[in-house]
Ligand binder design. Sequence first.
Ligand code: GLP
Length: 241
Amino acid sequence: MFKIIIKNTYQEVSEAANEFMRELLVAKKDAVIGLATGSSPLGLYDEMIKDYQNKVVSFKNTVSFNLDEYIGLSDDHPETYRSFMYANLFSKIDILDENVHLPKAIDENDLSACEEYETLLAKYLVDLQVLGMGSNAHIGFNEPNTPFESLTHIVELTNRTRLDNQRFFSSLDEVPTHAITMGIKTILKAKKIILIATGVNKNQAIYDMVNGPLSIEVPASILQQHPDVTVIIDKEAAAKL
Ligand code: GLP
């Protein structure tokens, strides 16, 4: 069962998401947090930075795991998810580099990178996983038709996802064709999940996730089976509910 929070503005969505993060970080100094990229969690990250600056929370003992990473971009490319996370969050808080984890595959055949990330993750329990969602209801980079049993793996991105993410690159050709991502089964191990989505572009995916049948064509529909998922959305993303 989902808990659904509907807010008027992106700012309110971000603040509502941060209430979950703050509650965890205040209660548990060595919390393990699962983080996502994309524009949806950016406002949450701004709120986390504010809480850090106001000394409400510290990340000194926090451990983070990111969901996914593109394959094929150079390490210094500004659109790697590692660069994104440092630019938008990690460089502005006191998290230690050694406690930051993102998957990284050299190429689309790098299966050992998947095993390594999964083995590392298995040593932790993610207290709070932050998720965005693709307009095709993908979570992480688990595109439609990914088996629900999947662990960390390499995916070929759909055209729709590459087009959605083209805005961050100078041309479609530059958008990577492959990525490494936590699997659906990996994501579901988290104790608590918050999913953030805003805008009309997401409203069909939100409807299908909440009301649709459980289907691998709608990867986020598997969240119906997780015991503790809160969906935090704006009115536009909620329009079809
Ligand atoms: C990418 C990421 C997802 C993210 C999605 C939505 O595909 N791999 O983790 O949820 O984008 O992005 P946005 O929040 O920018 O709509």
